[in-house]
Design a protein around this ligand. Sequence first.
Ligand SMILES: NC(=O)c1ccc[n+]([C@@H]2O[C@H](COP(=O)([O-])OP(=O)(O)OC[C@H]3O[C@@H](n4cnc5c(N)ncnc54)[C@H](OP(=O)(O)O)[C@@H]3O)[C@@H](O)[C@H]2O)c1
Length: 237
Amino acid sequence: MKGKAVVVGAGGIGTAVASALADQGYSEVHVVSRGVETHLLSKVSTWCSDYSDPSIESIARAISERPGTLERLVITNGILQGDGYRPERALRQLSRATMAQIFDVNTILPMLWLGAFHEALRQADKPRMAVLSARVGSIEDNHLGGWYSYRASKAALNMVLKSAAIEYARRLPLVKLVAFHPGTTDTGLSKPFQRGVAPDKLFTPAFVAEKLATLLDEVVPDSELSYLAWDGSSIEW
Ligand SMILES: NC(=O)c1ccc[n+]([C@@H]2O[C@H](COP(=O)([O-])OP(=O)(O)OC[C@H]3O[C@@H](n4cnc5c(N)ncnc54)[C@H](OP(=O)(O)O)[C@@H]3O)[C@@H](O)[C@H]2O)c1
């Protein structure tokens, strides 16, 4: 019998990942969200969170106390644009408040969830975790510039994940952490940027979720951080 799986964030990709994990037969699949459309999911337990520190702590504790070990943790939170801000094209468009907000959601929040589930992950045999990163967070791959805050938040995410992998390696020899690039996926986040994307390069959330669920099954639990695209290929840092 498989143990528990947790998905944080229930946007397009998060919802699809929760469905894919539920289909894989985990004993329990838990989805945490600010409350967006989790009622669409069957076979999962939903938790509403405002992502404050107390909320993260109490939800992580409640899920950890449920029966079974925590075998999968997938964190999907991420923002690219929102009310009053768009991805920057020039230095003059940088806003301290916007940058801080994007870092808060894209970089800091995933790490708070990883920290909150740390003890639960230690109970599992070979826990595998994925955090949704993005290829645009690759410094080597940055040939176009722009998107300052989003790029930087994902590059910073990769760095803090690297430190987490090093910390895990000291105490959890058979853990795996993946910074995952889903490819351009048809969700609310990418909607404004889909013009010019070839149809065969625009993935459905279900396709990406299936790729991620399979990748987590197949990846070697070596306590390293891997920066992987949807097809399992490595991305340069
Ligand atoms: N779609 C793509 O083409 C693409 C490409 C590369 C990387 N990604 C990454 O994939 C991940 C999932 O994105 P998606 O495509 O599924 O987009 P989406 O449908 O817009 O989902 C956005 C996700 O971010 C969370 N979120 C949004 N605003 C938030 C806020 N203010 N505070 C905390 N969480 C917030 C949502 O959580 P709630 O359920 O709590 O609302 C949801 O999980 C993101 O990290 C994104 O950067 C996507």
